[in-house]
Design a protein around this ligand. Structure first.
Ligand SMILES: Nc1ncnc2c1ncn2[C@@H]1O[C@H](COP(=O)(O)OP(=O)(O)OP(=O)(O)O)[C@@H](O)[C@H]1O
Ligand SMILES: [Mg+2]
Length: 312
């Protein structure tokens, strides 16, 4: 079974859900036939890469393949990729269009040196090549590039929009109405915390299991919230236990900044803590998050955070 996320990657503006204002701003510009250099910034799995593909299709039609190149910066992070692939693409003339588009996916993974080299390329070839950067963390993009781009912010997808899209995918897949599974879809959406890719993957997992789609079967795939586990251990003064949960989450591939976000939610949602304790915790979380963007040793920074948050 091929990936549902790929099969149901929107091909037109109308299919993309959520972030309406951002999309309106972006597509109003596309409608004029022009495009500035852009940074699409924000949450994972909400449609940034998809949007870039839709724009290129809309602008280039059948010449899409010749005028559009997608590079993933996390595959090749260094200066060589700028010197070679990017420059070669940027300097050749567009085919049946006034400019081409280069999508640099996960551009926040590019080294600062590679970004410096890029700014010259952007300027030299801006007449015939527009850059779209897709990033999770805007802080990692150097000012010189930021000032050359319009920034478009993508937030999490609202639960109701997500549930509707899941119902649509279900109907297309099963060829039947989604009325009976609407509440299960709602629950998948709630568990996915704004990440549409994650929601569709959950749906695929459930469909593949052959189980009936009910709220109970959705519960069975509910992901463990490591932020909440760490939070609970810290509240009980159990540092070693908190550290063990942190280790497990990291080994499972959770990124430090995502764990911080989960911890942040746990502090904000807790009804028993007073506002001073919450304020102090948020300050510590914020400081650690900032330090991580500065390239400190991530494990040390996270350990330090656990000590600060530990209820004595
Ligand atoms: N807003 C959306 N509307 C409809 N489907 C979406 C939306 N966002 C994501 N999807 C689904 O999730 C898949 C992945 O989306 P996409 O690659 O555009 O995410 P992204 O924002 O670029 O994520 P990342 O930050 O991880 O690169 C798409 O193929 C599509 O199936
Ligand atoms: Mg992407």
């Amino acid at each position: 079974m091929s990936l549902l996320t790929e099969r149901f990657r929107p091909k037109t503006r109308e299919e993309i859900v959520g972030n309406k204002e951002t999309l309106d701003r972006l597509f109003n510009m596309v409608k004029t036939g022009n495009l500035t250099h852009c940074i699409l910034e924000g949450f994972p799995g909400v449609g940034k890469t998809t949007v870039a593909l839709v724009i290129a299709r809309q602008l280039f039609g059948e010449f899409f393949r010749s005028n559009f190149l997608e590079l993933n910066a996390s595959d090749e992070r260094g200066i060589e990729v700028v010197r070679n692939q990017i420059k070669t693409f940027a300097k050749t003339s567009p085919l049946n269009a006034t400019f081409k588009i280069l999508l640099l996916d996960e551009a926040d993974q590019l080294t600062p040196e590679a970004q410096q080299a890029l700014r010259r390329t952007m300027e030299t070839y801006s007449g015939i090549c527009r850059f779209i950067f897709s990033v999770n963390n805007l802080e990692k993009i150097i000012d010189a590039i930021r000032s050359r781009c319009e920034t478009f912010r993508f937030g999490p997808i609202p639960v109701s929009d997500m549930a509707l899209r899941l119902c649509y995918i279900y109907e297309q897949e099963k060829g039947t109405s989604s009325v009976n599974v609407a509440s299960a879809m709602q629950k998948i959406a709630e568990y996915s915390h704004g990440d549409m890719r994650k929601a569709i993957n959950h749906l695929q997992l459930l469909l593949a299991s052959g189980e009936e789609l009910t709220e109970a079967s959705v519960d069975s795939i509910k992901p463990i919230n490591y932020g909440k586990l760490i939070f609970d251990s810290l509240q009980k003064g159990r540092l070693l236990e908190a550290r063990k949960h942190l280790q497990t989450a990291l080994e499972l591939g959770y990124k430090e900044d995502y764990i911080i976000e989960l911890l942040h939610n746990s502090y904000i949602d807790d009804l028993t803590l007073d506002s001073n304790t919450k304020a102090e915790a948020v300050f510590n979380l914020c400081e650690t998050d900032f330090r991580l963007t500065q390239g400190v040793n991530a494990m040390l920074a996270m350990d330090n955070l656990l000590y600060q948050l530990l209820r004595k």
